[in-house]
Design a protein around this ligand. Structure first.
Ligand code: NAP
Ligand code: GLV
Length: 323
């Protein structure tokens, strides 16, 4: 008998066709509306495999409803939306999509850094509003990128890819990571700093570490107060790493210069969120990996992970659970 797979969002036909050739496939048919919780709780009951997006909270309640589930395949590298301990207790394998999105996300992180530093969105809005009357010396002046100091918090795959871009701009690169990576310091020409020192010394601080309860509000009032008044915070990791209320206060009072945010604690971020009212914030709707090729690579890797597990083979990119 064919195994059953549930897909939590409408995906491109070539992915559906690939899965349908081996499995009975059910899918939430909407592209721009997430699967309602009650539907997910019902659908999960009898399926063997789940292919989900980062928008789906696969917590213990969902996992405990599943009677036959063998694999949860997340179409994202971050997997903080999944309770991996609860999955592991039931012998369910969790997989993610590392690597295939590294360069694209590093591109977007550097794009956001540049757009924020040079006030690109604000300048474009200024022109379109009809306020542009003449060229003047200090009009819409921002911060230099070339030669500046970049501080990366979380030197993993994407952090390392960001270093390559920064080096092209003659930036000095500092990093803070859970584990110090001495070989990378020599290979990439970067310098380790404790978090406090990195915050004090960097012109740009980029967050590129995974979210976990241990790093909830890692960047709060105290950390923001250590940063330079001219400094810029870029978050393409996860919203919960930054205390948004503290960030709003720091930006509104000029304690730091600007922020570029691709991720928020609540997504979609409410349009009346205070951060969206500030001119020195560039906001994006979680598009770090959003190139056509990369999103297709992610969907293919996620589907192959799922196929492998349900066919009795090893997944390509399992999430390793620390017991
Ligand atoms: P990765 O290769 O696993 O790198 C994560 C790095 O963070 C590792 O070097 C890790 O250190 C470090 N780290 C983990 N916990 C830490 C902590 N508490 N303090 C300091 N450093 C810590 O992951 P990646 O592929 O680069 O992706 C990083 C994250 O980016 C993802 O988890 C995801 O949340 C986010 N992301 C966002 C988008 C987007 O669309 N905006 C796209 C892709 C990824 P160790 O070496 O000690 O493990
Ligand atoms: C996107 O945020 C990802 O984790 O892949």
């Amino acid at each position: 008998m064919k195994k059953t797979v549930y897909i939590t969002r409408k995906l491109p036909d070539e992915i559906i066709n690939k899965l349908s050739s081996s499995f009975h496939v059910r899918m939430w048919e909407e592209e721009n509306v997430p699967v309602p919780r009650d539907v997910l709780l019902k659908e999960i009951e009898d399926v063997d495999g789940l292919l989900c997006l980062l928008t789906e909270k696969i917590d213990e309640d969902v996992i405990n409803k599943a009677k036959h589930l063998k694999v949860i395949s997340n179409v994202a590298v971050g997997y903080n939306n999944i309770d991996i301990q609860a999955a592991s207790r039931k012998g369910i394998i969790v997989t993610n999509t590392p690597g295939v999105l590294t360069e694209t996300t590093a591109d977007l992180t550097f794009t956001l850094l540049m757009a924020t530093a040079r006030r690109v969105v604000e300048a474009s809005d200024y022109l379109r509003s009809g306020d542009w009357r003449t060229w003047s010396l200090m009009q819409l002046t921002g911060q230099d990128i070339y030669g500046a100091t970049l501080g990366i918090i979380g030197l993993g795959r994407i952090g390392e890819a960001l270093v390559k871009r920064a080096k092209g701009f003659d930036m000095t690169v500092l990093y803070y990571n859970r584990t110090r990576k001495k070989e990378k310091e020599l290979e990439l020409g970067i310098h380790y700093r404790e978090l406090k020192d990195l915050l004090q010394q960097s012109d740009f601080v980029c967050l590129l570490l995974p979210y976990s309860p241990e790093v909830h509000y890692l960047i709060g009032k105290e950390e923001l107060s250590l940063m330079k008044r001219s400094a810029i915070l870029i978050n393409t990791a996860r919203g919960g790493i930054v205390d948004e209320e503290a960030l709003y206060q720091a930006l509104a009072s000029g304690k730091i210069w600007a922020a570029g945010l691709d991720v928020f604690e609540q997504e979609p971020v409410p349009v009346d969120h205070p951060l969206l009212s500030l001119p020195n914030v560039v906001t994006l709707p979680h598009i770090g990996s959003a190139s056509v090729k990369t999103r297709m690579r992610m969907a293919h890797l996620a589907s192959e992970n799922l196929i492998n597990v349900l066919s009795g083979r090893e997944p390509i990119t399992p999430v390793i659970v620390n017991k």
